[in-house]
Every structure is written in structure tokens, then in C-alpha cells.
Design a protein around this ligand. Structure first.
Ligand code: ATP
Ligand code: MG
Length: 465
């Protein structure tokens, strides 16, 4: 945007896609041009991952605020972290172009104002949209709309009507549930001329910047249903899923998702460690906070890649120095055995080794599912990676009529596995530590259990009733 004549400038400012290209320096792809130029009241974008939703919608909002006076634009997502993704693009756009920068009057981490009276803000929708009632916007962009509760759309509807706002609903699908899916279904069931939304369905492969190798790898590491949803932008049915979307969704909460800075009295911390199978695999560390009532939340997640056993062990010891875990559960199948041995030697009986045997898997995932059903576990709304991972566990009934977990072991769900490890002895199950015939049985978290510091192998088996 260095040397443009006034006539050229007029042309550029008329078109949001030219604006994105010439002023913001990103040449929009053809589907992005369509979205940018679309001035329908309602726009619904069902997109695969990484198709440039955030980038394009940020440009659309920036153009509108810059070119039209007195615009009031809201970027909304379930939590501030997500809303800030689009907003950060906007912030960068208005900062990097000196012509636009000259016309901004205020710039904070959640608000940009222009000298024509326009403003762009980003806000979290939360569960019920409390903070956003009363805004009379001229444009609203909902990002990752599949995670925004219905109440929010209902709460916001009256204020959107006031100024005839343009509303953009954009998301990667998350099950056949929720407002985003229903709006899509409703519109699709109508003949084109009766639709009140313009609809875009864009699989990830339509983005030429998306590497084919990445898509191929994702295809290998995900179930067909997961891939269809996240990369082919298809709404997937939850039938047969061990953790149905609606169940997982019902446990999503908005809270500070970070390494605990302060340890509150009465809180108990647990750590689940899912060790990557090869040096290239990620090792997932999942910190659980449990309150006095026994209710849990996923407090913090860390995935470390390309790690060696000493690195994994070192990291766990670091965490243990900062947080007095009541229990550290570690997957000791395969490579994990080495890490387990070292940690057991260093920390002692706080460390519980868990083999991913069928029996243990049934128990861990069964307890985890029970916690979701009983709403005694909170998942963080900003961790969509973990939330999506739940959908790879399938269920079927065995010959005794019991619901059993089935899972392709090549599918990577390290985050959920790390979480599930902490559920091995939840719910009153007794865990026995068997060591050379002696049975040091303990009930979960009882304080009088024997403290065993030994580098020998400890098998964990359910105590025979
Ligand atoms: N027109 C374009 N020109 C150059 N790069 C692009 C373009 N469109 C998308 N990209 C690239 O594609 C990637 C994804 O962009 P973006 O984060 O906006 O996508 P998204 O659909 O919001 O992704 P996610 O599913 O992760 O939310 C980025 O690396 C971006 O640079
Ligand atoms: Mg995005």
C-alpha cells in the first residue's frame, strides 16, 4: 500500500477483498472473496480446520469498520482466548498499515476505535451471554460457533434486530447438536430461495496453503469420523460413540486454564502422564484439580514432543516440586515403563503405574464417562483439541450386554488418555499394589497406605472381592 493513486484507493476501499489484498497484504482465495463480498444478513460458515476463517473474518470486520462510519462490530467466541484470535489479526492489520493506523483513535487488547466513529470489540460469550446483552451491534462474528450455547444467541437476538446487524456464524462442526448445527440443518432443508442465511461449506483441502502431507498425517492419526468432521467440515453423528458430543459438551466450562499459581486449601491435585510411544510422539501431562466434594476439573495440560525418558521424568519431577500431587498416574505400557521405574524410585508410592490392559481401559474410561454423566468433571472450553479427541472412542455392546469401549490403538488421543489415567481408581474402586505376594491394598487417597519406595516392578490389579 505504498504508492496508490486516489482513484485506485477508491476502488480498493469499495471492495473488502481488494482491501484485504492491497491494504492488508493477503490475497484472498476464491471462497474467501465470496465470504468477504457477501453482505447477506446471516452468513454461516461450516469450515474444516485451517481454511483461513479467522484471517478472512478479521479482514471483513476491519474493512467494514474502516470504510463505514459508526459501525459497532463484535467478535464473540465462547471464551476470550478464542475471541482474541480474530481480534489479534485485526489488531495486527490496523497496526501494520500506516494509512489505517493514522485513522485509529484507540487500540487496546480487546478494542479498536476509528476516527469515523466505528469500533471493533472482542468479548467472551460465556454460558449465557450475560456480558453482551445491551450491545447494539451492526455486525457480529461468532467464531467457533459450535461451542457457543444456544442461550447466547437467544440473549443477543433482540439487540441484533435493532440495527439490522450482519451476523456471521463460523465454526468447524462439533456434532449434530447445538444452535450452529440446527441453523445449518434448518437452512439446508429449505429450497434455496427460502433460505435466510448464505451457507458456505469448506473442507480444509480447498486451502492450497494446507499441506497435503499434513492432511494425510491427520487422516492416519484420526478416526474416519473425526477426519470428516475436522477436515471435511461434515457434521458427524454421535451414535456409537463412547463419549457422545452432547455428553462431553455438557461438561465444558469457562475457567482459568493455567498452571495453578496458588494451591487452595482443600484442593487436591492429580497428574496423569501418557507417555508417547516413540521419540516422535507427544507425551501428555494432565493436571487435575479435585475439590473437597471430589469434583474435578482439568486444570492444566501440557503436551511435550520428541522427548526422551529422562526428559519426561525430569518434567514430572519439576511439576511435582511445584504441585504436591496426591497421585501421579503414569502409563507404564511399553516405553512408559522406563519413566515409571525412574519416577517410582524418586517419588515413591505417589506414583501409580497403569498398564493399558483391556481391563484397566474399561475401568479408566468407564469412570471417566461416569464423571461426565454425573457432571463431576469440568473440561476447559478453550481446549478444543482435547474436546475433539473424545470422539475417537467408540462403544459397542459385548455378548453379556455390557457397553464396551473399542478404540483403534493407532489413533492418538494422548490428552484424553492422560486424563483417563487419573480415573483408574476413582469411584470407590480398590486398587491393590501387589509386590511379591504382599498385598498393600489401599482405598483411593487413604493416608495410612504403606509407603513403598522400591524400584521393583509393581503390578496394579483390582483386589479380588
Ligand atoms: N489467502 C491466504 N493467503 C495466505 N495464507 C492463508 C490464506 N488463507 C489462509 N491462509 C493460511 O492458512 C492458515 C489458517 O488460517 P486461519 O487461522 O485464519 O484459519 P482458520 O480456518 O481460522 O483455522 P482454525 O481451524 O485453526 O481456526 C494460516 O496459516 C494462514 O496463514
Ligand atoms: Mg480460526
Amino acid at each position: 500500500m505504498e504508492t496508490v493513486s486516489n482513484e485506485e484507493l477508491v476502488t480498493i476501499l469499495k471492495s473488502p477483498s481488494l482491501f484485504m489484498w492491497k491494504m492488508l497484504g493477503i490475497k484472498p482465495l476464491s471462497y474467501q472473496v465470496q465470504i468477504l463480498e457477501d453482505d447477506s444478513r446471516n452468513i454461516l460458515i461450516v469450515g474444516g480446520r485451517q481454511i483461513g476463517k479467522s484471517l478472512t473474518l478479521a479482514a471483513k470486520a476491519t474493512w467494514r469498520a474502516f470504510v463505514k462510519p459508526n459501525e459497532d462490530i463484535l467478535i464473540l467466541a465462547r471464551n476470550l482466548r478464542q475471541a482474541k484470535i480474530i481480534f489479534d489479526h485485526i489488531y495486527r492489520y490496523v497496526s501494520s498499515n500506516s494509512f489505517i493506523a493514522q485513522h485509529t483513535t484507540k487500540k487496546t487488547i480487546s478494542e479498536v476505535r476509528f476516527d469515523n466513529g466505528s469500533v471493533i470489540r472482542c468479548l467472551p460469550s460465556g454460558r449465557a451471554g450475560e456480558g453482551i446483552r445491551g450491545f447494539s451491534a451492526t455486525m457480529v462474528i461468532f467464531d467457533e460457533a459450535a461451542f457457543i450455547p444456544e442461550e447466547v444467541f437467544v440473549a443477543l437476538n433482540p439487540s441484533l434486530a435493532v440495527r439490522g446487524a450482519q451476523v456471521v456464524y463460523s465454526s468447524t462442526p462439533y456434532g449434530k447438536r447445538g444452535f450452529f448445527y440446527q441453523a445449518y440443518e434448518d437452512q439446508k432443508s429449505r429450497i434455496a430461495s427460502n433460505r435466510t442465511f448464505s451457507i458456505y461449506e469448506i473442507p480444509s483441502r480447498m486451502n492450497p496453503y494446507m499441506k497435503v502431507e499434513v492432511l494425510e498425517m491427520e487422516k492416519r492419526l484420526k478416526t474416519a469420523a473425526q477426519y470428516a468432521q475436522e477436515y471435511e467440515a461434515q457434521f458427524v453423528d454421535e451414535a456409537g460413540m463412547f463419549f457422545p458430543y452432547s455428553l462431553v459438551y455438557s461438561c465444558i466450562a469457562d475457567y482459568d486454564y493455567a498452571f495453578p499459581k496458588k494451591i487452595e486449601e482443600g484442593d487436591k491435585f492429580l497428574l496423569g502422564v501418557d507417555v508417547g510411544y516413540t521419540g516422535d510422539d507427544e507425551t501428555a501431562l494432565c493436571v487435575i484439580r479435585e475439590n473437597k466434594m471430589g469434583d474435578r476439573r482439568v486444570q492444566y495440560i501440557e503436551a511435550i514432543s520428541k522427548t526422551t525418558i529422562p526428559q519426561i521424568t525430569g518434567r514430572v519431577l519439576d511439576l511435582f516440586k511445584a504441585i504436591p500431587f496426591s497421585r501421579i498416574y503414569i502409563d507404564k505400557t511399553g516405553v512408559g515403563a522406563g519413566a515409571y521405574d525412574l519416577l517410582k524410585e524418586g517419588i515413591g508410592s505417589t506414583v501409580v503405574g497403569v498398564e493399558f490392559s483391556e481391563h484397566n481401559r474399561d475401568r479408566m474410561y468407564g469412570n471417566l464417562k461416569l464423571a461426565l454423566e454425573q457432571k463431576t468433571l469440568e473440561l476447559n472450553s478453550s481446549d478444543t483439541k482435547m474436546i475433539y479427541q473424545f470422539s475417537s472412542y467408540m462403544a459397542k455392546y459385548d455378548i453379556t450386554g455390557k457397553l464396551r469401549l473399542t478404540k483403534d490403538l493407532t489413533i492418538h488421543d494422548d490428552l484424553v488418555d492422560a486424563l483417563a489415567l487419573t480415573f483408574i481408581d476413582k469411584g470407590g474402586f480398590k486398587v491393590g499394589v501387589l509386590d511379591q505376594g504382599m498385598d498393600f491394598s489401599y482405598t483411593k487417597f487413604s493416608d495410612n497406605r504403606p509407603h513403598v519406595v522400591d524400584r521393583r516392578w509393581f503390578g496394579i490389579d483390582e483386589v479380588r472381592q
